[in-house]
Design a protein around this ligand. Structure first.
Ligand code: PEP
Ligand code: MG
Length: 316
């Protein structure tokens, strides 16, 4: 009831003992933004811009992109809008990008690698985001970062185009390299956001699109949680906030563990906003931290889930 009242009043989500943990929405377009705000979303933590780029013969123009970003910003009532740079390639092809077929698309040209290979596409998208950011709090998020140099290369383009206009630039943590090196990336990023879907895929070496291994793809695997912990520690060293925007953020059993590891915001599908706010409000930070340490010591995702179910029963 308290969580619902807080959502209705527009108050930020917080733990039982008052630590603010932002709850944001994942969007692909403007369609779900208004409903998410009504449910208590504090902003958009992940706009998957590739939906704008797929199924067309040419890339969307700067004006087309800017008006879409503006429409979403308006639907969010000028709450923060995190716009992810085009995350395309391999399994999500766009013919005009002319990426050759690859034997291992998940390990090939995708995310920031495509963006840096096609500087024209990057420049147009950054210019569109800067257009939309005039009057709305937009942030730029870079997908599939594995090295500091990739973030630096994007920042060079952003700095050249923005002039004196400020804009936040963050990195997604979705490769083991980025999680292990999170302290290095955090030195150069304004925020980090863990893409748990890809981080799980690359940590467990299991293709997220392959049904034969789908049952094994669990973001509560202790190895994935150790990488989440490493990310939080690396980011904390530089005072940089860490969100989670993959499916793990919307898993009720994961919420106390993520909060306990030091995650500062969660971004979830529109339909999960209310439940996620309630999940945050149900835990205290100290008990969540103790619980998270126990999860890190588990031997399997199954063991973590059993532990998390027991924790949920004890906290209601
Ligand atoms: C992720 O990998 O967790 C993520 C949020 O990005 P996407 O699912 O779009 O790859
Ligand atoms: Mg991803």
């Amino acid at each position: 009831a308290e969580a619902l009242a807080a959502a209705a009043s527009g108050r930020p989500a917080a733990t039982a003992d008052g630590l603010a943990v932002g709850v944001h929405v994942n969007l692909g377009s403007a369609a779900e933004a208004a409903a998410a705000v009504t449910a208590g979303a504090e902003g958009c933590g992940l706009l998957r811009t590739e939906l704008l780029f797929l199924e067309r013969a040419t890339a969307p123009t700067r004006d087309e992109q800017a008006s879409e970003y503006r429409a979403i910003g308006t639907a969010l009532g000028n709450r923060p809008l995190t716009i992810r740079l085009l995350d395309i390639g391999g399994d999500k092809p766009a013919p005009y990008l002319a990426i050759a077929a690859e034997e291992n698309p998940a390990l090939g040209l995708r995310g920031v690698r495509v963006v840096l290979a096609r500087e024209d596409v990057l420049e147009t998208q950054v210019a569109a985001i800067l257009d939309a950011a005039d009057g709305a709090p937009c942030r730029i998020m870079v997908p599939m970062v594995a090295s500091v140099a990739e973030l630096d290369a994007v920042r060079v383009v952003v700095d050249r185009l923005r002039g004196s206009r400020p804009i936040l630039l963050g990195a997604m943590i979705e490769t083991p390299a980025a999680a292990i090196g999170a302290d290095l990336i955090a030195r150069r990023a304004d925020f980090l956001s863990i893409g748990s879907n890809d981080l799980t895929q690359y940590t467990l070496a299991m293709d997220r699109g392959n049904p034969a291994v789908a049952a094994g793809l669990d973001g509560l695997h202790p190895a994935v949680l150790r990488l989440v912990a490493a990310t939080c520690e690396g980011a904390a060293r530089h005072g940089v906030p860490v969100g989670v925007c993959g499916g793990l953020a919307a898993d009720p059993l994961a919420v106390p563990i993520l909060v306990g590891l030091g995650v500062t915001s969660l971004s979830v599908p529109a339909g999960r906003i209310a439940a996620t706010r309630a999940g945050v409000a149900a835990v205290g930070v100290t008990q969540a931290h103790v619980h998270a340490l126990q999860a890190l010591a588990c031997e399997s995702a199954g063991e973590v889930r059993t532990l998390a179910r027991r924790f949920a029963e004890e906290t209601v």
